[in-house]
Design a protein around this ligand. Structure first.
Ligand code: PLP
Length: 391
């Protein structure tokens, strides 16, 4: 009898798997690595504000080190309701559930919604976790596409819904495309999905991280919405290691059973980290215009460099970037993305993620948070390497 299970045979996770390859190669050949593969601003020199850190220290000192309620600490749920309230959306605290990051929320949602063999509509390119967990749980993805601006193609979303998807995932602002949907498009998608029997899952982990236009939120008023919003503090407040996220459920009757399942799963894992939950009221209310201007200003300047240098090269191209810190770069020659990415590691020590990990060959994703000069130099090297490969 084989000791290990076969459950993970179909599961791949290239964001982190490529890092294993890079580390092994670097250890063997003494290459110094530059990590442009993980969307962690802290690793790229952009840590949290001191007041955010202090709120967690205070919470630890105040003794918030017990198991919190499984659904989440009341103060944290209230803080989330207020966060949306300040943005003109009405959310009841008891409809917000605190999870160990959006990551845990996705996993619990999948188990709460889908039986084996049922379908989910996912964006392509996707955030790899959505595909990996679908494989793990035996859920069948049907994919919808994006146009050249990095926006979901509405007809393709409609087709996916017609193929009997039980839920449709939108990621807005988008990883890996760095795009952010205009409100009119999001509303159109929402209206279509809600007029079917499907539910809309809106991953808003990059909420507020838009450079110019405003953020388009999926939830307006959770009174009767068949919408589930996932969000958290990892990216906006630059504390991904704290593992605090949330799911807000619309109060449509069809979601009642989903919430019951979700709450059961929450009990099975006790709670998400209590000290950080208790710091949440301070963290969420500390979001100032100045902080956002600063953070987005830096990312926008970096995005401009990436956009210009990539599109000026004759061999690479990228769509307009309006949000977050990702660029999904198209290779203008025929090569497997994993092979190019491995060469980039071997010859330059630059680690990026092959497009195949997002379900799209012929691309790779970079993260461009951090110091502008370093970003610019990294892009120059990537372009240099691309030029060598394309000839
Ligand atoms: N959803 C998307 C689209 C992401 O890009 C990420 C992280 O990169 C996550 C979810 C995970 O977020 P969290 O840190 O809250 O688990």
């Amino acid at each position: 009898m084989r000791m290990h299970s076969g459950r993970l045979e179909a599961v791949e996770y290239s964001i982190r798997e490529i890092e294993d390859f890079a580390r092994n190669y670097a250890a063997k050949h003494g290459v110094k690595l530059r990590y442009l593969n993980i969307g962690d601003p802290v690793k790229l020199g952009m840590g949290a504000l001191p007041s955010v850190i202090n709120s967690a220290i205070k919470s630890l000192r105040d003794g918030n080190n017990f198991y919190a309620k499984s659904d989440g600490a009341d103060v944290a749920r209230e803080a989330i309701a207020q966060f949306y309230d300040r943005r003109g959306m009405s959310v009841r605290a008891q409809d917000a559930y605190i999870t160990s990051g959006v990551t845990e929320a996705i996993s619990m949602l999948y188990l709460s919604i889908f039986n084996r063999g049922e379908r989910i509509a996912l964006p392509k390119p996707y955030y790899p976790l959505y595909d990996a967990l679908a494989r793990l749980y035996g859920i069948k993805p049907v994919f919808y596409n994006f146009d050249e601006h990095g926006f979901p193609d509405i007809n393709s979303v409609k087709d996916a819904v017609k193929r009997r998807a039980k839920a449709v995932v939108v990621i807005n602002p988008n990883n890996p495309l760095g795009s952010s949907m205009p409100k009119s498009l999001l509303d159109e998608i929402k209206e279509y999905v809600l007029s079917s029997s499907a539910t809309l899952i809106s991953d808003e982990i990059y909420s507020e991280m838009v450079y110019d236009r405003g953020m388009s939120y999926a939830l307006r008023n959770n009174e009767d919405d068949k919408v589930i919003v996932l969000s958290g503090i990892s990216k906006l407040f630059r504390v991904p290691g704290w593992r605090i996220g949330w799911a807000v459920f619309g109060r449509h009757r069809s979601l009642k059973g989903v919430v019951d399942n979700f709450r059961k799963l929450m009990m099975l894992r006790l709670c998400s980290p209590t000290p950080f939950q208790h710091a949440l009221p301070h963290i969420l209310s500390s979001l100032t215009d100045a902080y956002l201007r600063n953070y987005m200003g830096l990312l926008k300047r970096n995005a401009k460099i990436v956009y210009r240098k990539i599109n000026d090269s004759s061999v690479l191209s990228v769509n307009q970037i309006h949000a977050a810190y990702y660029a999904f770069i198209k290779m203008g020659w025929r090569q497997k993305s994993i092979n190019f990415v491995k060469d980039l590691i071997k010859r330059r020590g630059i680690v990026v993620v092959p497009g195949v990990g997002f379900g799209m060959e012929g691309h790779f994703r970079i993260v461009f948070a951090g110091n502008r000069r370093i970003v610019s130099e990294n892009i120059d090297e990537i372009v240099d390497e691309a030029l060598k490969h394309s000839h």
